[in-house]
Design a protein around this ligand. Structure first.
Ligand code: PLP
Length: 414
């Protein structure tokens, strides 16, 4: 990675002080938290903002004329502006608050179906590298509409084959869904190029940005994607909140995902008319404090600097690979040229689960299993991997602790 770390503004020890949860012992040892691809820990700014919301402005939004309701509404809409700026959406109403990436994908899949935009004989394309949440909703859409699910193949390194992708695209392709960064392997996909190729056959594009947004700057206008999704809890924010970005003209064409309060213009038993964007897709009382505090998390991320974070994590990936390479029987799963955030591996003769359990006894949290990407595991003919995934607060010293733990675990297991 060409991005360099600005050591004047990035100090990992200072950053660690911002995360109270890191300063504890697990099973009598200092916690080493390497499960950041599953969820990140929260800085004090985020924890305090949740408490501040409930202590000062808690109220329902968009419906009250009273003081607290106005403050809560303002704070939520300010957060939408923060998100708009962060991903460089053209309009704030192109940013829809959802429960997270999974919810964003389901929203689009269901809305496409409701709008009659997917028909029998159409094709929906996903990549071989996807998380289940970027497979199953499209599969359900195919089952209900009679469309066909087509898969972009991957290679042994864990990269998508752009040439095969080009060959699969055709006039029947309606939508292509792929991740920006794979949660199982860390592969960074050539998403801008993939969007352009999909647009050449007039297909829509959906980028799952759950793993990219914690590690890199994202510009949806530059990518020119039709949809982009992210999860708050992966970017140091609360769980149960996320964003769906969609281009205005396409969102306008989509029928609402859920019906209820907040998403209507007028309701009668004869006919209901819907609110404009973004409210058309935000039925019911939203996750108000989540939406507000997601903005706080994004401010925190930008204060540290996404480029600093990327450079720091690239160093950890590089160092981790170097250290792990010395382990007898090591097999890295996923060795894409362009990768970020994590290392996935198996060790000959031992089950990832057993290693994970022993590491936990030493206070080291790694993920073991299929990482909600069973097709990726099937490709490599393995049940799962061990995954060390990094965040801004991780250190080389923690990788050294993982190595000590791993050596001990292997002595016990072999
Ligand atoms: N897509 C990817 C690549 C992920 O890593 C994840 C979560 O791990 C998801 C989608 C689902 O995100 P969420 O559970 O926040 O909806």
């Amino acid at each position: 990675m060409s991005i360099s770390l600005d050591t004047k503004t990035f100090n990992v020890e200072k950053i660690r002080e911002e995360f109270p949860i890191l300063h504890q012992k697990v099973n009598g040892r200092p916690l080493v938290y390497f499960d950041n691809a599953a969820t990140t820990q929260k800085p004090k700014a985020v924890i305090d903002a949740i408490s501040r919301y409930y202590s000062t402005i808690n109220s329902n939004v968009h419906r009250g004329v009273h003081h607290l309701s106005q403050l809560a509404t303002q704070a939520m809409e300010d957060s939408r502006l923060t998100l708009q700026k962060h991903i460089n959406a053209r309009e704030s109403y192109e940013v829809i608050f959802t429960q997270g990436t999974t919810d964003s994908i389901n929203l689009v899949a269901i809305a496409l179906q409701r709008s009659g935009l997917i028909k029998s004989g159409d094709e929906i394309m996903v990549s071989a590298l996807e998380h289940h949440s970027n497979i199953v909703p499209w599969q359900m859409l195919c089952e209900q509409s009679g469309a066909r699910l087509v898969v972009i193949p991957m290679n042994e390194k864990g990269e998508l084959s752009v040439e095969e992708y080009r060959a699969l695209l055709n006039e029947k392709t309606r939508l292509v869904a792929f991740n920006h960064i794979s949660n199982a392997l860390g592969t960074v996909n050539p998403v801008k190029e993939m969007v352009k190729m999909a647009h050449n056959v007039d297909a829509l594009t959906f980028i799952d940005g759950a793993q990219a947004t914690p590690h890199m700057a994202v510009d949806v206008q530059h990518l020119d994607t039709d949809f982009y999704a992210l999860s708050g809890h992966k970017v140091y924010g609360p769980t149960g909140i996320g964003v769906l970005y969609g281009k205005e003209d396409i969102l306008e064409k989509l029928a609402p995902y859920r019906g209820g309060g907040e998403m209507i213009e007028s309701v009668s038993f004869e006919k209901t008319t819907y609110a404009g964007l973004p409210h058309k897709f935000e039925a019911g009382t939203p996750h108000i404090e989540g939406a507000i505090v997601l903005g706080t998390a994004i401010d925190f991320l930008n204060e540290v600097g996404v480029e600093n974070i990327a450079a720091h994590e690239a160093d950890l990936v590089h160092y981790g690979i170097e250290r792990l390479s010395s382990v007898e029987g090591m097999r890295f799963i996923g060795e894409a040229r362009n990768r970020a955030g994590l290392i996935s591996f198996v060790i000959e003769g031992v089950h990832p689960y057993d290693v994970g359990v022993l590491l936990d006894k030493m206070g080291i949290a790694l993920r073991t299993g299929h990482h909600c990407a069973q097709p990726v595991m099937a490709y490599y003919k393995i049940p799962g991997t061990l995954r060390a995934s990094f965040a801004m607060y991780n250190t080389r010293a923690e990788i050294d602790l993982m190595m000590e733990g791993l050596e001990k675990a292997l002595q016990m297991l072999r």
